[in-house]
Design a protein around this ligand. Structure first.
Ligand code: ADP
Ligand code: MN
Ligand code: MN
Ligand code: MN
Length: 332
């Protein structure tokens, strides 16, 4: 029987690309998904007079929404001559991943997000025309009047598990309507492909609740935590001893601007030095320090091995960029 393959890709919207998708009906599973195309003039990826862009499948999984034999297919975007499209950040990530494959980089990405009513103005749990009580009881909280949108987070986590996506956990965040899920630890391409699919699933599931997902790093101005994508990172050497972790932190301290300029847009509104962040124009690392740019978890210091947490990436970051840069800066 024919089945549906939902082809998805990252578009060219600036400053923050969107994930797009369309459905291809395929005949009985060969397990191979063909190359396809789309109208790049509608996704900020091509001029109207030369609009064809190519979709090349790079990752697929069962479709937990449609069920049955249906699948989700993550793609990279190519030009008609089959070279990477300028918006294709995966190609460069793949190159770096291959070059340093022997160092066995792993990533665990903490995706924070904020749920809004379908007007995209009022966060879930905010009273009409006002603000809820101050931050404090919401993070990992429980109970009516504190927690909003748990059904979405729950359904999303179950969908990821069913799809075989490497989801590691979820939690309610510091602001009402704000949540987090983690993907990983996985290699750079695996974690990035799966994070994009997980983002798509989140938007898709929230759609059923007439709720809108924002990955804006500062969705509400004022005394409210922003939303990040803390990126936990290790190489095999870091998983075996402590000095390589310190060396990686030092290397990151020598390449601040390249990282910050690729860590998501609007991040200057989030990295203020308040709300568990370091200022965007300062760099430091420290054990257990949630006000640092890079945190070494206390358990890692105790064990004298493990991983580091780069706290700077914004919730709207592109994981192909962030994972590539972390490897490039620390493995070279
Ligand atoms: P936090 O305490 O900052 O909220 P989380 O528990 O949300 O931390 O996320 C930690 C992430 O780090 C998880 O996704 C986990 O899989 C990942 N992780 C654990 N060990 C490693 C490792 N050695 N390398 C990379 N990531 C790791
Ligand atoms: Mn977390
Ligand atoms: Mn968090
Ligand atoms: Mn974290």
């Amino acid at each position: 029987m024919a089945f549906k393959a939902e082809y998805m890709w990252v578009d060219g919207t600036e400053p923050t690309p969107l994930v797009r998708s369309k459905t291809k009906v395929l005949e009985d599973g060969t397990g191979e998904y063909p190359i396809w195309g789309f109208d790049g003039s509608s996704t900020n990826q091509a001029p109207g007079e030369n609009s064809d862009c190519v979709l090349r499948p790079v990752y697929s999984c069962p479709d937990p929404i449609r069920g049955g034999d249906n699948v989700l297919v993550m793609c990279e975007v190519l030009l008609p001559d089959m070279t990477p499209h300028p918006t294709n950040t995966r190609a460069a990530c793949a190159e770096v991943a291959e070059k340093f494959a022997d160092q066995e980089a792993w990533f665990g990405i903490e995706q924070e997000y904020t749920l809004f009513e379908s007007d995209r103005i009022k966060p879930l749990g905010f009273p009409e025309g006002g603000f809820p009580g101050p931050q404090g009881p919401y993070y990992c909280g429980v109970g009516s009047g504190l927690i909003y949108g748990r059904d979405i987070s729950e359904e999303h986590a179950s969908a990821c598990i069913e799809a075989g996506i490497g989801i590691a956990g979820t939690n309610a965040e510091v602001m009402p309507g704000q949540w987090e899920f983690q993907i990983g630890p996985l290699g750079p391409l695996e974690v990035s492909d799966q994070l994009w699919v997980a983002r798509w699933l989140l938007h898709r599931i929230a759609e059923e609740f007439e709720v809108s997902v924002s990955i804006d790093p500062k969705p509400v101005t004022g005394d409210w935590n922003g939303a990040g994508c803390h990126t936990n990172y290790s190489t095999r050497a870091m998983r075996e001893s402590y000095q390589p972790i310190i060396d990686a932190c030092e290397a990151l301290g020598n390449n601040i601007d390249e990282h910050i300029s690729n860590y998501g847009s609007g991040n200057e509104n989030r990295l203020t030095g308040l709300h568990e962040t370091q200022r965007i124009d300062q760099f430091n690392y420290g054990v257990s320090d949630r006000g640092a740019s890079v945190r070494i978890p206390w358990q890692v210091e105790v064990d004298q091995k493990g991983y580091l947490e780069d706290r700077r990436p914004a919730s709207n970051m592109d994981p192909y960029l962030v994972t590539r840069l972390l490897i490039q800066t620390t493995c070279g």
